[in-house]
Design a protein around this ligand. Structure first.
Ligand SMILES: Nc1ncnc2c1ncn2[C@@H]1O[C@H](COP(=O)(O)OP(=O)(O)OP(=O)(O)O)[C@@H](O)[C@H]1O
Length: 246
């Protein structure tokens, strides 16, 4: 059965697309047919991260406005053949019906083992996507108080919706990030967000550089190993959480 995973956050810019791309690549490398659907209407970015910006013909906006069928807008990665991408529209969609988005994702479901929904920050579309489409939600949070408070709001809202399959992925952890904030350690982030820990990714310059050049990091790099472990945990496979020394 296809598993749909939303990647969310309260605050913007914390690494949702990074986590979406990384975990999708990990699933695909493990042999799962994997699709990333980018829901950040008007703020497309994954095309650049995945090095696919020149290959987008149709996007989610075209699907939602009836200009093409969902499958026509799906692009296959050349680098990782089991990875596919459905890009967000590059311009804001002033109006679309959420039911059409649900239908689009459901129409694509039968072709994939895993669908990753890269949702926009905040409590709007992302929470609707969690409620109506997802089997699991990853809340991405960085170790800073504002992000933790916003992450807690996301977790609270999920509880209000009686959605309990979620966990927190702490991103951009570094000695400097922890020292700069009032956070003492990662337990403060877990307690602050109020969600079980599902992964930890440290600040990684190589990851950032690769993204800005549209490259997916090789499998033997530290972030790729973190995403590989995350992809297994998301399937219920026990992988011990090893946190790199800061
Ligand atoms: N672990 C990390 N190490 C270094 N840089 C990172 C890491 N995670 C994310 N970044 C950088 O942070 C920036 C924002 O990341 P990203 O676009 O994934 O965030 P986002 O939550 O999807 O943003 P938005 O809310 O705008 O959609 C990018 O420049 C990315 O390269």
């Amino acid at each position: 059965m296809t598993k749909i995973i939303s990647v969310t956050s309260g605050k913007g810019g914390v690494g949702k697309s990074t986590v979406s791309a990384g975990v999708a690549a990990a699933f695909a490398r493990r042999g799962k047919k994997t699709l990333i659907v980018e829901l950040d209407m008007g703020l497309r970015g994954l095309d650049l991260m995945l090095g696919m910006e020149n290959r987008i013909v149709y996007d989610l906006g075209d699907v939602l406005q009836g200009r093409c069928l969902p499958w026509d807008a799906v692009v296959q990665s050349e680098e990782i053949p089991r990875l596919w991408y459905l890009a967000a529209p590059s311009r804001t969609l002033l109006q679309f019906r959420f039911e059409d988005l649900v239908k689009c994702v459901n129409d694509l479901k039968e072709k994939f083992d895993i669908i990753i929904l890269d949702t926009p920050a905040g409590l709007g579309i992302s929470m609707m996507a969690v409620r109506d489409l997802s089997d699991y939600a990853v809340i991405v949070a960085t170790p800073d108080p504002v992000c933790i408070r916003d992450g807690a709001k996301v977790a609270e809202m999920m509880e209000e919706m009686h959605f309990s399959d979620y966990g927190v992925m702490i991103n951009r952890v570094s000695r400097a990030a922890v020292r700069k904030s009032s956070i003492h350690d990662l337990d403060d982030v877990i307690d602050g967000v109020g969600a079980p820990l599902i992964g930890v990714l440290t600040e990684d310059l190589a990851l950032q550089n690769a993204q800005s050049r549209g490259l997916i990091l090789p499998e033997d790099t530290r972030p790729s190993k973190v995403f590989l472990a995350l992809s297994k945990r998301l399937e219920g496979i026990y992988v011990p959480l090893v946190i790199d020394r800061l």
